[in-house]
Every structure is written in structure tokens, then in C-alpha cells.
Design a protein around this ligand. Sequence first.
Ligand SMILES: [Zn+2]
Length: 121
Amino acid sequence: MLRYLEPFRAKRIRNQKRMIAKARRAASLLFEQPCNQTYYIDLNGINRPLATWKDVFNARDTFAHRYYDHLRGCSCWMCGNPRKYYNSPTIQERRAYESARNQFEEQGLRFKAWRFSKSKS
Ligand SMILES: [Zn+2]
């Protein structure tokens, strides 16, 4: 099977744009509309009121570019690292496992499963 391998940099750029857009959507819940009692801190560190729609979009943009790389606000048992809470593999580990298994199967080889995590004993 022929697959398209996306260059790493292209993937990084695409994901960065995707996360900025996601952060902007999250920001639209924080900064909904112009309001004189709400303030935001712009990129120069100055407190500004959300007086006009221009300020609102400015605030959303500022938020998006400041927080796109670390949007998650918590690491509770639902959001956090599954290994920490259930001693189960993370998404990346499961992906790597599936990929390895598929490669073995494409070659017609037997795949011996490995242990994901250290046993506690
Ligand atoms: Zn959580």
C-alpha cells in the first residue's frame, strides 16, 4: 500500500494553525461581545477594556496566540495521563503499537505483543 508521508515541518505548521483556530474558538466563549466591565491584557501587557468589537477580536487573537500550545486547563482523571490514573497506555503508545502490528501483518509476520507498562511487582 502506498501512503503519503507528510513532511514533519508541514505537519507541525498545520497542527499549529489548527490549534490557533481551536484556541480562537475557545476565546470566543471567553470574550463574547463588547462589555465595559471586562478587560483583557494585550501583547504589550496593558489592560484594555472590551469596549468595541475591534477590541473583542483583538482579545480573541491575543488569547489564541498566547495559549494555543497549552490549552488544557487540568489533568484530572478524565483529561490527564492515563498511565498515571489507570496504568494504561497513552494514545501515542497505542498508536505506535497499532502501527507496529499493522506492519508485521503486512509482512505476513507474527506479532508478539509487548507489555505497555512496567509491572508493579
Ligand atoms: Zn479535567
